[in-house]
Design a protein. Structure first.
Length: 597
């Protein structure tokens, strides 16, 4: 029995038009009447297949999916004259269904074609090749979008994992985050980013941080993590500064998000400490809070840290803490004291006040005036007289003579003029010296500020590099096999450099990277179940954490042989050392580092 699709009788095709002839022929094509059935996979018979070289273990994801959800895409079969259902497309699905014990599978059944054995074989081969070659697979980005939609609908990660046969729950979470960003999905599908990098890009895209997205879109893969950590660090600092600035904004101050420029003769801002009131009084914070109009405040962290309660941020006297409990969560603090693990050191925010330079002349503030000298010392012990000028001539005002006594009034007048001239010259000299000294101080201040800014910028760069490096170590900690160089590195670390996993904080970090809970007992339990290669990876992770614990925040500024040994080994494993890390490893002179690199 066949179904025939007739052409539309409302149109009159041109019999000479090739497209019309083709369309008419296609429209008149007869299609077989198919059956959509569910059958026990044991009732189906496999025809020959062009795919011969395979094993079911080559398709673990498909096996897991069918085991969890059954066969969802119908198997195609012919109904032979003897009643057999001969499968010509869906071979792997059928074999997996038999392997995992599916009670039934969907089958699309068509009547066996009325062809010769040769023509049937040709038709089968064409069907099987087309079915496999012309599939359009789902992209990772599309899959992420679907996962994101399910998560938004409240579907649990565990349920999605089972439904999609993706056992890695962390991969599900990452894909869900990527799914919320069209840019991240596109770059993942174009192989410009891997899943981890796409997740980071999506993190900024979903909050509308277009500047970060644009920067990361153009970041090389070798520096992607480093730049991402730089951006995170900047955003975190900006948020903290903004929160600390709110009380000042509420009080009436303008708030600067970048440090105002104060150096140079044409600087647009003047620091409060360089000014006085119109009455010559020093400008204090109390005075400014009484009249904040026109003033700008900028906050930066103080160099000296204070002890604060981690949960509340309350500043605490170090004397109230039992420091013997540090890194010992199971211990109890002495009576009247607090457990050390509940506190941490932080750098508080310090305000700096600035006046716009254009408000100096119209406000009630001024630069401290340069005080002129109150008197000029003149030696008056010698009599005042004019010595004989042997070169004088008759035309001179005074005829030449050996000595000429001067009238007392004339002496006093000349004396006044000389004193005034000397005093003015002295004042001018003092002013010139003051201006020169001010210029020298400003130049010294500019240089000190440049060096401090450079140091701070490089220290921030090193913190970003540390974040990217830890990400590399964390990913390495997930390996199941160790590199062949592991034994050498471990021997050098413990036998030559005497570094071991004996620091509490370092061990805690390592266990976190290894996803091990239960402290050392949990580590022992995990190690007991692990293969030798995995055990070596776990030991490497512990040693890596010990190395990280001893690297100072300004490690870029000085070479350390142990740090160099560690960083060079990470580079051997594939970590890309940033310039600040190269300086810490002794490969680059710290004095040549550019903070903008």
């Amino acid at each position: 029995m066949t179904t025939t699709i007739e052409p539309d009788n409302n149109t009159t095709p041109d019999p000479t038009d090739a497209d019309t002839v083709t369309a008419s022929s296609s429209a008149a094509q007869e299609f077989p009447v198919a059956e959509a059935l569910y059958r026990d996979p044991k009732d189906l018979v496999l025809d020959d297949n062009v795919r011969e070289n395979f094993t079911l273990s080559d398709f673990p994801d498909v096996v897991a999916s069918i085991r969890a959800n059954g066969v969802k895409t119908a198997i195609k079969a012919y109904r032979e004259p003897d009643g057999r259902l001969l499968v010509f497309e869906g071979q792997i699905r059928l074999l997996i269904a038999l392997e995992v014990g599916c009670p039934s599978v969907p089958v699309w059944v068509e009547p066996a074609p009325d062809l010769t054995a040769k023509d049937r074989k040709v038709a089968r081969i064409i069907e099987q090749i087309n079915a496999n070659d012309h599939r359009v697979p789902l992209t990772d980005g599309d899959r992420g979008a679907g996962i994101a939609d399910m998560l938004d609908l409240g579907v649990s990660v565990t349920r999605i994992s089972k439904a999609l046969a993706i056992p890695d729950l962390d991969k599900i979470r990452k894909a869900g985050k990527v799914g919320h960003s069209r840019t991240a999905r596109s770059m993942l599908d174009d192989n410009q980013l891997d899943l981890d990098q796409a997740e980071i890009l999506a993190e900024f895209d979903t909050v509308g941080d277009t500047a970060a997205v644009q920067q990361l879109q153009h970041a090389p893969r070798t520096t992607f993590l480093y730049q991402a950590h730089q951006i995170r660090q900047e955003r975190e600092e900006d948020r903290a500064r903004f929160a600390a600035s709110l009380p000042y904004a509420t009080s009436g101050f303008a708030v600067a998000i970048m440090e105002p420029e104060t150096l140079g003769p044409d600087a647009p801002y003047l620091p409060a400490e360089d000014l006085v009131t119109s009455g010559g009084e020093a400008i204090t914070p109390e005075l400014l809070h009484e009249n904040p109009a026109g003033w700008v405040v900028y906050l930066e962290t103080e160099p000296d840290a204070v002890l604060v309660e981690t949960a509340t941020g309350t500043v605490v006297d170090p004397g109230r803490v039992d420091w013997t409990t540090k890194n010992h969560p199971e211990s109890t603090a002495a009576e009247g004291l607090l457990h050390a693990d509940a506190f941490e050191r932080r750098h508080p925010w310090a305000p700096h006040y600035y006046l716009p330079a254009n408000l100096l002349d119209i406000g009630e503030y001024q630069r401290p005036p340069i005080e002129p000298p109150t008197s000029v010392d003149i030696d008056q012990s010698e009599p005042f007289e004019v010595e004989n000028d042997e070169t004088a001539t008759d035309s001179d005002s005074f005829a030449p003579r050996k000595s000429l006594a001067v009238d007392a009034d004339d002496v006093a007048e000349v004396e006044d003029e000389a004193a005034r001239a000397e005093r003015e010259a002295h004042v001018a000299e003092l002013q010139a010296r003051a201006e020169q000294r001010r210029a020298e101080l400003e130049a010294a201040a500019r240089e000190a500020k440049r060096l401090q800014d450079r140091h701070d910028a490089l220290t921030k760069n090193f913190a970003s590099a540390t974040g990217a490096r830890v990400d590399f170590v964390r990913k390495f900690a997930g390996r199941t096999t160790a590199p062949t160089s592991a034994q050498r590195f471990l021997l050098e670390t413990s036998g030559v450099h005497l570094i071991g996993p004996d620091d509490y904080k370092a061990t805690q970090n390592a266990l976190d990277w290894l996803n091990v809970s239960g402290w050392r007992a949990g580590l022992a339990e995990t190690a007991a179940k692990a293969r030798p290669g995995r055990c070596t990876v776990m030991l490497l992770t512990l040693v890596f954490a010990a190395h990280e614990a001893r690297i100072s925040k300004d490690g870029w500024g000085h070479k350390d042989l142990i740090t160099a040994h560690y960083l060079h080994y990470l580079a051997e494993l594939g970590h890309n050392l940033m310039p600040v890390e190269q300086a810490a490893a002794g490969d680059v002179d710290p004095n040549t580092l550019d903070p903008d690199d």
